[in-house]
Design a protein around this ligand. Structure first.
Ligand SMILES: Nc1ncnc2c1ncn2[C@@H]1O[C@H](COP(=O)(O)OP(=O)(O)O)[C@@H](O)[C@H]1O
Ligand SMILES: [Mg+2]
Length: 379
């Protein structure tokens, strides 16, 4: 397929010449208003159009769940399960850039998730490492303006996909953190001999997590340079800052020991990798509060595209990109810029709108009409 150059006046965005991963088939049962949906998707742009509440976002949510095992929408996991249904399941056929096809399954009946790969039960981590989906949606500005947890999730998702050792390290850290927190909440505070081993374990795991997060951000920076220059040239140079969650000068084990009295009063651990954060500031917007809501959204989009590119560079295949309510989130010039970039990268895109966005008029796309939780292919 010929890929057009960016329209005049639209900034050129960078891309990596990696082949994309593609969802060939997506079957969704019992997810919100989607009782039983079976869609054969197109290899490039897929558009889901329909009225408010038709179920468009839920289709994207299904794809995102395969890659994150959580939704991008806030709220309880139980809300995902269709009212009155006892289970929800998502099945997808995924074709990798090397043409390897795998069958992904994710189900929920009761409390936990169950993952399957090519018919066999696998740990959730294995399923989500197989499928990469990034999603820009109406809540994405929270990546810039929201709580640090959003930014840590973004960062850790990226690190997880490029660094095999990350997951086990992160689990070790969570386990030690839980142990220290329960010691902090004991009725009679335990002595040093009980705290010290968990603090040593925390410090060791935190050092590794910190190194991996730092290395990831260093690799992300040049990608971000490109996507920010493309989407927000008016804001000038940007600075990406990272805070690891404890003082740069001192070892975490020592800081935790010194902090014990304060942590005992608070009942939880106030220093460590679980308190890390990062921020982006601009020459023309030195404080986050200087950004308009629209600029926050564009900054978040630049971060997501940079992450997708870095993933493509590392894994040799472009992630699937979901753009929820694109036309209500971005002005036309920016819609066009994003669509142009994604077409140039040849990425598979799942996009929603109440109607076909102007930026897509005349472009080849698979269009689905969504109505009351049912899907019909239009084009
Ligand atoms: N657990 C649930 N069970 C049944 N329906 C639900 C559940 N959660 C949300 N819904 C409904 O599903 C629809 C979801 O719509 P959504 O995918 O957000 O639509 P759109 O993006 O097209 O506006 C809404 O009509 C909502 O009321
Ligand atoms: Mg929606």
């Amino acid at each position: 397929m010929a890929t057009p150059g960016p329209p005049s006046g639209t900034p050129a965005l960078p891309f990596v010449g990696a082949l994309p991963v593609r969802l060939q088939q997506l079957r969704i049962r019992g997810l919100r208003c989607l009782t039983d949906v079976d869609a054969v998707l197109g290899p490039a742009i897929n558009v889901f159009v329909g009225a408010n509440g038709a179920g468009k976002t839920s289709v994207l949510e299904a794809a995102f769940l395969l890659s994150h095992a959580r939704s991008f929408r806030s709220g309880a996991k139980e809300a995902l399960l269709q009212r009155g249904a006892t289970q929800l399941s998502i099945f997808a056929e995924l074709c990798h850039a090397d043409r390897r096809v795998c069958r992904l399954g994710l189900g929920r009946a009761g409390a936990g998730w169950e993952a399957k790969l090519d018919g066999s039960g696998v740990p959730l981590g294995q399923l989500v490492s197989e499928c990469a989906v990034v999603c820009f949606e109406p809540g994405s500005h929270a990546l810039i303006a929201g709580a640090a947890e959003e930014r840590r999730r973004y960062l850790d998702w990226g690190v997880f996909h490029v660094e095999h050792a990350f997951l086990s390290c992160w689990r070790r850290y969570q386990r030690a953190l839980k142990q220290r927190n329960s010691l902090l909440r004991s009725l009679s505070p335990p002595g040093d001999e009980l705290f010290a081993p968990w603090e040593a374990e925390l410090a060791q795991a935190a050092d590794q997590i910190d190194r991996q997060r730092r290395a990831y951000l260093d690799r992300l920076r040049p990608r971000l340079q490109g996507s920010i220059a493309g989407l927000l040239p008016e804001l000038g140079a940007f600075a990406l800052r990272y805070r690891r969650g404890w003082s740069d000068e001192l070892d975490l084990a020592r800081q935790l020991r010194e902090q014990r009295g304060r942590d005992l009063a608070r009942g939880h651990t106030t220093l460590g990798a679980h308190r890390a954060d990062w921020s982006i500031t601009f020459e023309q917007a030195p404080l986050r509060e200087h950004l308009s809501r629209g600029q926050e959204k564009l900054t978040a989009l630049a971060c997501l595209l940079a992450q997708a590119e870095l993933y493509a560079e590392h894994r040799g295949e472009w992630p699937i990109v979901c753009l929820d309510d694109l036309a209500s989130e971005l002005d036309q010039a920016h819609q066009l810029a994003v669509v142009t970039l994604l077409r140039a990268a040849d990425a598979q895109v799942l996009l929603t709108g109440t109607e076909l966005p102007a930026a897509l008029q005349g472009l080849p796309a698979c269009v689905f009409h969504v109505e009351q939780g049912r899907l019909a292919r239009l084009l």
